[in-house]
Design a protein around this ligand. Structure first.
Ligand SMILES: NC(=O)c1ccc[n+]([C@@H]2O[C@H](COP(=O)([O-])OP(=O)(O)OC[C@H]3O[C@@H](n4cnc5c(N)ncnc54)[C@H](O)[C@@H]3O)[C@@H](O)[C@H]2O)c1
Ligand SMILES: [Zn+2]
Length: 1616
């Protein structure tokens, strides 16, 4: 065997040096294993990724080793799904098949998945065999391979089955990392950082400062096995290896002490308590390490809020994680954009944590850091739920009260500008300087790293990170070793300051250069003016990439000095950069600023003042004539002298908040580090704002103390110019809001303003800060009821007594730290003020909320804004049914009033017509108003009314607006904003119809221009302002509804616009989303695929074709408008055409629609790359209220997520089609597709192709496996092709079906609904049931014809029979108890007698007091319950809704003739329809009165004579007769019968008349109605019978009846 020269670093674990680390170790591994673990068989197991990269090397080495042993290898699919029982079994079968015995040695080559899986195989194979870990991911190297934990997953959870099984060796070959994807590398770094954070501050500091190098080490492939020996190892490799070995060392040490995790080993779970909970929600989209990274920050914040950990430490942790590309909060876009992120509610996370293995009982445990490198306890610590909840929640509220720590003494975080300058001064100075109160930021971190590289200074942390000890280098700097680049990330101030610093580097070797670079963003930020000034001064600086930006290459030649000219109108930081370095120039510097207006002079002054503290005095020259200061500075040569301690001034803007809290709560607060000597303008706040407001202010050079007046006693200020302290105006505004005492003398405003006015000016620049702060303050103060007005350069705030401020306001912070902190001040006195985005304080005061609690003494509580965060806020409509009013817009004449009334009726809401409101306000009417005041005034008034309506009737109303409302931008903005809250529905009607309609109307002023022009102008505005479109498809309606000759026999397939309005508005408001109930109730569900290029061709047959199905799919990609009929191949149908098609279909079926745009590559006709067009169509579908949208998961993630965000109450079917025949249902690849689809979809659809019958079994197993998981979604899984038909039969969710009447099948192998039912029956999945009619006499009943026809057409194996008995007795008892009992109809005289035999009644049957339907219902425990229902009333409501003429918007009154059993159902039906007055006529008054009494909630008026309506009430528009035909007559001489006269039909609008009597077909009542006039629609008894029968069938089978065919057969039977 050839010997290999290798240097490995060994780490010991559990007393053995079994961890060997190095580079390019494969030969060494094989040599060591074969030499020390002799065996007959070596088996290497890996995954396909790793195998394809690294297996050959092992094969080569083993064959070279020339042992007598066998070398076998086995490769599994990559990914977490391989950690399964199935995969374990596969490997075991492989081992057994290959006759592996007890002496086998198994090598696990791969990431944590392979390590865990193979380790567990080794642990149990032959009761345990030897194994070796060869981790190839960073995570596996530093974490999973070390410690002996092995495990697999089950659908119930991760790692639930496993064993402790220690490997013989762990070989860490860091060269494997060179092929690892960067994201996986970062994933592992999370664990490395974790280990350093709990154990080793030095390691942590190395990780902080050397991130760029560490990344570089894995990104530069080593050639020629470089690194195998120490002599060939690069510095980067050495660093990488020491990081890995260091991290392993810690874990190995901990494992050695506590192998079975009883205490100390707990510590490695830092970040994991919260991290695991996050992972449980986000997996597989986010990786373990990524979730743990967020978990670590959150857990560190828990420690911070308990007062255990400093903000500096939290900041360092956050920054180092960021440096390795890891997310640090749940609002990271990588997380927030995931659909699964919606599940990240605080409650959900706490819930998941409840079952954490580390918990002790119900108490949660978290590893608390006490500083970087150490933990609070040597184990996890019990933490209160409330503390965790507070940390996790996005919003907070302060518990108002007196700050318990008053008198308060505190320092606010150091000023950022001062921190950056102090750090550089101390580093360039000589001697040691202790920097206190440093604001540790990206800039300071980067500058520290760079100064260390340049050997300019050294740094140490003291006091647990509170103090930074700088040992200054006195200005001596050298070029970084080995041409190392200085990486500055995106730290802007650091880049500017360091550019000049690099020119100071002395000339040692002319060849060398200092290179500074940054991330991509940094490489775009300008630095040109500074570089030009330095170049002009003689420095050699080259741009390496783009001109004017980093990276720079700087020659080490020292700074020449003398005269330097700098263009200073861009950034004062260029000036400070040169000033700070100037003393070290070869000649003393005169700095001349050119280019006009110098920007931010106060920062230049700050730099000069600080230089003075460090011993260098800068002179600013003045104009000898005017004495005015010039922009010229003279800086003497010299070295900074470090003071022993430098207290960094607190940030003065931040200081305003605690001081304001003292002011508003009447307590005392002292801020250290800010006094009258302050360098910052905002330090004046105490004297210039708080003192005039009535506070006592004591200011020394370095301290400020404020004592507030008693609560409620603040004074308004009058006028205050805040120009020198603009950032503090927000604090002033919140105080002014409660300042009710008049200003001090001399400050009173003389212009008649209210005495409580505070007028803040000089702050115009605040409009362009993080947000428009002036507007933000105005809007958010308004939420608390505070009035303000905006000024050109400021605002006025009108103080209000504290008690009158609104409690419970939810303050939006615009992601602006100052808004959040300012409103905290009000939150300390106004109850339940919610600050919505607590994290925005991170910019300047990350621990503000903790300081409020720990330093000021005000309790802070977490608030969970809503469990549906992120996406929900982006979603147009709130998830649950919302009562937000519906707004209707559209052209005049489009039918807004008509639709609006119907919609209000459907929703049970009030209808408001804005025009009517206008006329109430302006009785002269619109026409005259416009004549008198002109259009603009009218539009303005119209908009004002809209605003009022929204304010007063924001819920529970349908509001119709004038057609011109969209003419003004203001109104359009209002509407657009409203779509975020509730639906704005554009009523669309063909323009020809509108014109015809308008021709007949005169109430409105004429447009003065052709209607068509108005239409063209407004059309885009309507589209832009609406969230939905309702197509008032009058063309077809008129042609069908109005042309029905014999109105008594409306074809059942004709729907009225009423049905469509019901469906549409109940769906879009979420009141009753029109989703298929069978999808959720455990029944099989089906959809019909429409494959027409023009759906209108199918409309006459739609009802027949949809019999039995739950939904209708529109294959949008197959639609072709007639002019494009002959276009073949991929095609994009125009949106207008699609809209028209959907609208037409909508008038034929209320079944949910599925909107499918199938691309060419997935078997459809839509172009594969027309993504934009596809999503435009999807959005159209959502606007039209289409219920299901089929979205292919191959579209781009961004578009899909956007679509989901706006889907409202529609559902997404996330689909994947693979027709190739190569897709395997048991492949991991498919599991991944499923994972993606499950994330996006409410329903998952996966379609493959079967080559043989067995492929259907694989499909079936796949479905069962997915269904067993906890977050399973309904799944449509189908195999194409004839061989796949089996899958179509067994599929249970939304099986696609075809119909004989369709031109072509949508897909090969498709079956009809009836065929599938037959097949299910034959497979024993659909047993035949018996159904009965109970009653007597029933020989002539139509029910058997009705139901048996339906069963036959639907392919159901059931039978319906007459069951005539004298009484309800034993025979009936036996029938309903039989196992094959499917259900029964009940008729006279048993409708009440049957009740005692039933287990329960439906609420409707209960209310009516009669049962006509018996349904056997299977309960959860498998027993059968008999439920009594009543469908008679449904037959009546349905008939009325369908037949009511459009002239009757909402029936006000109805008449019932007769007071028998059927009348009960009729009363109930009319009441359900919302008819307010019901007249009841019956010959015997007593039974009528009994009925009146039986329905106390219904307004029933007994009438003694027909034709006269009591109290001058309205004439009925609905008439229902329940008496036999023979009991009525048109002949006044027939005194035995009720005389019917034309006076019954006096309602001018006409209406609907129903005769429940079913023989003869033409009863006297119907004859009379026919002769009365066309406005009266007539409904025959048989029709009601049919309607109630359809409902019965639906209750029994869950299927829609084939109405047309059933009706035809019943009419035939009836007529014969
Ligand atoms: N046993 C323990 O103590 C422990 C600790 C932590 C994590 N884990 C487990 O570890 C698993 C995660 O491990 P992981 O993050 O290594 O995931 P992994 O094993 O799935 O590897 C990640 C991906 O990288 C690929 N890959 C691996 N090495 C590669 C290389 N050198 N070059 C190119 N590609 C490579 C893999 O094929 C895979 O696609 C989880 O199942 C987790 O439960 C176990
Ligand atoms: Zn972990």
């Amino acid at each position: 065997m050839a010997s290999v020269d290798v240097d490995v670093r060994k780490v010991s674990i559990l007393g053995k040096e079994s961890i060997h680390c190095g580079f390019h170790l494969v030969p060494y591994i094989v040599k060591t294993v074969t030499a020390t673990l002799p065996s007959s068989t070596y088996v290497l197991i890996t995954d396909t990724h790793v195998g394809s990269l690294h297996l050959p090397a092992f094969q080569t080495e083993f064959s070279r080793a020339q042992t007598n042993s066998r070398f076998l290898s086995y490769v599994v699919s990559p990914g977490e799904t391989s950690k399964s029982r199935e995969c374990k079994a596969e490997i075991e079968d492989f081992l057994l098949l290959n006759k592996c015995t007890r002496d086998t040695v198994i090598l696990a080559l791969g990431g944590g998945v392979i390590g865990d899986l193979v380790g567990f195989v080794a642990a149990t194979f032959m009761r345990g065999v030897r194994f070796v870990q060869i981790p190839t991911t960073l995570l596996a190297m530093v974490d999973s391979s070390v410690g002996g934990k092995t495990a697999i997953d089950t659908p119930h959870g991760k790692n639930l089955i496993g064993a402790f099984w220690q490997p013989e060796y762990i070989f860490i070959d860091a060269a494997f990392l060179e092929t690892l994807p960067a994201r996986e590398f970062s994933n592992g770094m999370a664990e490395v950082i974790k280990t350093a954070a709990i154990w080793n501050e030095k390691e942590f500091a190395a990780l902080e400062s050397r991130a760029a190098e560490i990344f570089a080490a894995i990104q530069t492939p080593s050639t020629n096995f470089a690194g195998r020996t120490e002599s060939t190892r690069s510095a980067a490799q050495e660093l990488l290896l020491s990081v890995i070995a260091g991290s392993i060392g810690v874990k190995a040490h901990i494992v050695t002490i506590d192998e079975r995790e009883t205490g100390l080993r707990n510590l490695v779970n830092f970040g994991h308590t919260i991290g695991h909970a996050i992972e449980a929600v986000l997996t597989p989209a986010m990786l373990h390490g990524e979730c743990v990274a967020v978990g670590m920050v959150l857990e560190a914040e828990v420690a911070r809020s308990l007062g255990i950990l400093s903000q500096v430490a939290v900041g360092r942790l956050t920054r180092v994680l960021k440096a390795y590309n890891l997310p640090v909060s749940l609002s990271d876009p990588r997380i927030a954009s995931l659909p699964a992120a919606r599940g990240l509610s605080v409650t959900k996370l706490l819930d998941i944590m409840r079952i954490d293995k580390k918990n002790s009982g119900a108490q949660k445990k978290i590893v608390l850091l006490s500083r970087i490198g150490a933990t609070y306890e040597q184990k996890a610590t019990v933490v209160d739920d409330a503390v965790i909840a507070k940390t996790l929640s996005d919003a907070v509220k302060i518990v108002p009260g007196t700050p318990s720590k008053s008198p308060i003494r505190m320092a606010t975080p150091g000023s950022k500008s001062i921190s950056n300058r102090a750090l550089l001064l101390a580093a360039l100075g000589s001697g040691t300087c202790r920097l206190r109160n440093l604001l540790h930021s990206d800039d300071t971190q980067v500058m520290m790293n760079a100064l260390v590289e340049l050997k300019g200074a050294t740094f140490d942390w003291e006091d647990g990170g509170e103090t930074l000890v700088v040992s200054g280098g006195g200005g001596a700097l050298s070029v970084p070793k080995d041409n190392k680049e200085i990486y500055l990330g995106n730290a802007g101030t650091a880049a500017r300051f360091l550019t000049t610093v690099c020119t100071l580097v002395g000339a040692a070797n002319v060849e060398q250069r200092t290179i500074i670079t940054g991330n991509a963003r940094m490489k775009q930020r300008p630095i040109g003016p500074l570089v030009e000034a330095l170049r002009a001064n003689g420095s050699t600086i080259d741009y390496i990439e783009s001109q004017g930006c980093l990276p720079l290459s700087i020659a080490p030649a020292g700074l020449k000095g003398s005269h330097i000219r700098l263009a200073a109108s861009v950034s004062s930081q260029y000036v400070s950069s040169i000033l700070l370095c100037a003393p070290y120039a070869t000649e003393s510097v005169t700095l001349e600023l050119t280019g006009g207006q110098v920007i931010s002079q106060p920062y230049i002054d700050m730099t000069i003042a600080m230089m003075k503290t460090f011993g260098v005095v800068v002179e600013r020259l003045t104009d000898s004539e005017t004495g005015q200061p010039l922009d010229v500075y003279r800086i003497p040569k010299g070295t900074y002298t470090n003071p022993a301690v430098y207290n960094i001034e607190s940030d003065a803007s931040s200081a305003t908040y605690p001081l304001a809290i003292a002011a508003i709560t009447g307590t005392t607060c002292t801020i250290e580090n800010i006094g009258y000597g302050s360098l910052q303008g905002d330090a004046r706040f105490a004297k210039e704002v708080l003192e005039p407001m009535g506070c006592e202010v004591v200011q020394t050079e370095t301290e400020t103390t404020v004592t507030g007046p008693p609560v409620g006693q603040l004074r308004a200020i009058g006028l205050v110019d805040m120009e020198p302290m603009t950032d503090a105006f927000l604090t002033a505004s919140v105080l002014a809001a409660v300042a009710t005492r008049p200003p001090k003398d001399g400050r009173v405003l003389k212009d008649g303003s209210k005495p409580t006015t505070t007028r803040i000016i000089g702050i115009a620049n605040q409009r362009v800060k993080e947000c428009n702060r002036i507007k933000a303050m105005i809007d958010e103060l308004a939420k608390l009821g505070v009035e303000t007005s905006e000024l050109d350069d400021g605002l006025e705030v009108y103080g209000k007594p504290l008690a009158e401020l609104k409690e419970g306001a939810s303050v939006h912070c615009y992601d602006d730290h100052r808004v959040a902190m300012a409103f905290s001040v009000l939150g300390s006195v106004v109850k339940d003020t919610i600050i919505e985005e607590k994290r925005c304080v991170e910019k300047t005061w990350p621990n503000w909320w903790d300081d409020l609690l720990n330093k000021i003494g005000l309790d802070v509580e977490g608030v969970e804004l809503s469990s549906v965060q992120g996406l929900a806020s982006a979603s147009r409509l709130v998830e649950d049914s919302s009562r937000a009013s519906v707004i209707l817009i559209g052209m005049r004449g489009s039918g807004k009033t008509f639709i609006g009334e119907l919609a209000a009726n459907a929703l049970g809401w009030q209808f408001i017509d804005a025009d009517v409101v206008f006329e109430k306000k302006h009785p002269i009417g619109v026409r005259q108003f416009v004549q008198q005041n002109g259009w603009p005034a009218f539009r303005e008034e119209e908009t004002a009314i809209l605003q009022e309506l929204l304010a007063q009737h924001g819920e529970g109303h349908v509001i119709s607006l004038g057609g011109g409302i969209v003419e003004t931008p203001a109104a359009r903005d209002l509407l657009k904003a409203y779509t975020k809250k509730g639906p704005v529905v554009h009523i669309v009607r063909e323009i020809d119809e509108v014109i015809t309609y308008l021709g007949e109307e005169t109430a409105r002023p004429a447009y003065g221009e052709p209607v068509i022009d108005v239409f063209k102008r407004r059309e885009p505005w309507f589209a832009e302002c609406c969230s939905h479109e309702f197509v008032n498809y009058t063309g077809v309606l008129n042609s069908i509804e109005a042309s029905v000759e014999d109105d008594s026999k409306l074809a059942p397939s004709v729907l009225s616009v009423r049905d469509e309005v019901f469906r549409f508005f109940q769906h879009i408001t979420g009141l009753q989303p029109n989703l298929a109930p069978n999808l959720t109730n455990g029944r099989r569900s089906y959809f019909l695929c429409l494959t027409y290029p023009d759906i209108t061709l199918a409309l006459p047959h739609i009802e027949k074709m949809t019999a039995g199905v739950d939904a209708v799919e529109v294959r949008v990609d197959l639609l072709r408008s007639s002019k494009d009929y002959d276009k073949l191949g991929p095609y994009i149908p125009p949106t207008a055409y699609v809209t028209e098609q959907i609208a037409a279909l909508r008038h034929k079926t209320t079944l949910p629609l599925i909107f499918t745009v199938r691309t060419a590559s997935q078997g459809g006709q839509f172009p594969d790359h027309a993504e934009k067009e596809a999503f435009e169509l999807f959005v159209t579908a959502i606007r039209l209220g289409v219920e299901y949208i089929d979205v292919e998961i191959s579209w781009s993630e961004k578009n899909i997520r956007n679509l989901i965000a706006g889907k409202g109450h529609s559902q997404i079917i996330a689909s994947w089609h693979d027709w190739s025949g190569n897709m395997r249902w048991d492949s991991k690849a498919l599991d991944e597709k499923y994972g993606v689809a499950r994330e996006y979809g409410d329903i998952v659809k996966i379609v493959g192709k079967a080559n043989r019958l067995e492929d259907n079994f694989a499909l079936h197993n796949f479905v069962l496996r997915q269904r067993a998981t906890s977050d399973a979604k309904p799944i449509i899984a189908i195999n194409m092709g004839v061989e796949g038909q089996m899958s179509r039969i067994l599929n249970s969710t939304f099986s696609p079906v075809t119909h004989n009447l369709l031109p072509t099948k949508a897909a090969p192998g498709q079956l009809t609904f009836a065929q599938i039912q037959t097949a299910l029956h034959l497979l024993g999945q659909l047993p035949a049931k018996k159904f009965y009619l109970f009653g007597t006499p029933i020989a002539h009943s139509m029910s058997p014809t009705l139901h048996n026809t339906a069963f036959e057409v639907l392919g159901l194996p059931h039978k319906y029979e007459l069951f005539e008995t004298e009484t309800v007795g034993d025979e009936i008892r036996a029938a309903i108890a039989a196992p094959n009992f499917g259900g029964a109809s009940v008729t006279i005289p048993f409708k009440r007698d049957i009740i005692p035999l039933l287990d329960r009644l439906s609420p409707d049957a209960e209310a009516i007091g009669a049962v006509n339907t018996v349904i056997p219902v299977l309960t959860a425990d498998g027993a059968v319950q008999l439920v009594g229902e009543n469908t008679d009333w449904r037959g009546i409501t349905h008939s009325i809704r369908r037949s009511l003429p459009p002239s009757v918007l909402k029936p006000e009154a109805a008449l019932i003739i007769g007071a028998g059993g059927t009348s009960r159902a009729a009363i109930y039906a009319l009441w359900k329809l919302g008819i307010e007055t019901i007249y009841l006529f019956n010959r015997t008054a007593s039974s009528a009165h009994a009925l009146v009494n039986a329905f106390p909630d219904v307004n029933i008026k007994f009438i003694a004579a027909l034709g006269a309506w009591p109290d001058n009430g309205p004439a009925p528009t609905v008439i229902v007769s329940t008496v036999p035909a023979s009991a009525t007559s048109l002949d006044s001489s027939n005194s035995d019968a009720i005389l019917l006269t034309k006076s019954l039909f006096s309602a001018p609008t006409g209406g609907v008349v129903i005769d429940m009597a079913y023989k003869p077909a033409e009863t006297p009542l119907l004859v009379l109605a026919r002769n009365t006039g066309a406005q009266w629609r007539r409904v025959k008894g048989v029709e009601v019978l049919l309607e109630q029968g359809y409902h019965q069938l639906h209750l029994w089978t869950g299927r829609q009846a084939p109405k047309t065919i059933v009706a035809e057969r019943v009419w035939t039977a009836y007529s014969s």
